[in-house]
Design a binder for this molecule. Structure first.
Ligand code: NDP
Length: 327
């Protein structure tokens, strides 16, 4: 193929523009491996990038899309050969480097991994950065000694991509998961099918630094006042994995949960995780996502030309589950 379709973001003279373009293969940036992209996925960060709602993109023009999976076409690195099925998440794709919302991508070999055992391209992208992040959160809680016997685990932003995977993974590992959501009436049954034992409404802001201890651990996708409230409700010695800011990037709290209850706040970043952690997380994801879990996890597949129209829904919190992009 001499030309390919790509979503391009640009800001000439600070005038942001996003459009699907047909480009020659020669327009791709340098890299060791040329990949024909089969699927990408639409993450919260991608929705921010394509709507220009936050400073996600650090270099224009750019192809957004922080995730991609596809087939190697050309490789100048001995780890990959034409025909290999590969994927990449993070590493600055769709932020600093051209990412997955295109039919072709040229990448550094260091960013690529073989598809996880037993998963195809579409499943890998259904998991994508969201599922990977949820797995990293679970692993962080485990490392702090949070076990299924410790007590209930709270997941906030429960109906989103990270939240949905957090519930599935925790439940599959035997944890008692409580889902906090703004959409209990519409999506409570969905959250229970994922494995939540109880559904609660979104947490109210609190001024109290310490409240009744309720949770042995938590995975927080929301940030801001929600995270402050979560911290005030954690058991003595419990842990909170913080990964998101769907409710805001600020955090106003006090030292009391930390110095009086020994609470651990665990920061989770999916973008720059080293390869060893990625391999571990993805092998666990592939094993935990059994057929019955694939059946309950809701996702939709959209076309590349629908990304611009669908992104505002993600930011408005009116979509749920995962959005896979067929390239
Ligand atoms: P989604 O948009 O799929 O889900 C976010 C969920 O948060 C929504 O479904 C909604 O759940 C809840 N929510 C949305 N708006 C608000 C609000 N104003 N106040 C409270 N809750 C809200 O996003 P993802 O799951 O993909 O990502 C979640 C967060 O994690 C994002 O902030 C994203 O940037 C971050 N993230 C961070 C990563 C990292 O490496 N640290 C990697 C991946 C994501 P409900 O209606 O059920 O309450």
């Amino acid at each position: 193929m001499e030309t390919f379709q790509a979503l391009i973001l640009n800001n000439p003279d600070e005038l942001f523009a996003a459009e699907l373009q047909s480009l020659p293969i020669t327009a791709l940036p340098e890299g060791e491996v040329l990949v024909q992209v089969g699927y990408s996925s639409l993450n919260y960060k991608d929705a921010l990038a394509v709507t220009n709602m936050a400073l996600v993109v650090r270099q224009f023009p750019i192809v957004p899309g922080i995730d991609l999976a596809g087939v190697v076409q050309e490789s100048h690195d001995e780890r990959f050969k034409p025909g290999d099925r590969v994927f990449a998440t993070g590493w600055g794709l769709g932020e600093k480097y051209w990412g997955g919302f295109a039919q072709y991508a040229r990448l550094k070999a260091d960013w690529l991994m073989p598809l996880p055992d037993g998963l195809d391209e579409q499943q890998t992208m259904q998991i994508g950065t969201a599922g990977f992040t949820a797995m990293l959160c679970v692993m962080a809680l485990e490392k702090q000694g949070v076990t299924p016997a410790s007590g209930e685990i709270l997941v906030t932003g429960a109906t989103g991509g990270v939240g949905s995977y957090a519930i599935v993974l925790l439940a599959k590992l035997g944890y008692q998961v409580v889902a906090a959501t703004g959409r209990a009436a519409q999506l409570g049954d969905y959250l229970k099918s994922l494995g939540a034992v109880r559904i609660i409404t979104r947490l109210e802001p609190t001024k109290r630094p310490l409240a009744q201890p309720e949770w042995a651990g938590a995975i927080d996708c929301v940030g801001s006042q929600t995270l402050a409230t979560v911290l005030s409700q954690i058991h003595y010695g419990g842990s909170v994995a913080t990964c998101g800011l769907a409710g805001g990037g600020d955090l106003s709290t006090s030292v009391y949960p930390f110095i009086l209850r020994g609470v651990n706040l665990l920061g989770i970043d999916s973008v720059m995780q080293p390869l060893s952690q990625r391999e571990l997380a993805w092998s666990r994801l592939a094993a935990l996502m059994t057929d019955d879990r694939w059946q309950v996890m809701q996702s939709r597949v959209v076309r590349l030309d629908q990304v611009l129209e669908i992104s505002p829904q993600l930011l408005a919190g009116t979509s749920h589950g995962r959005t896979v992009v067929a390239c």
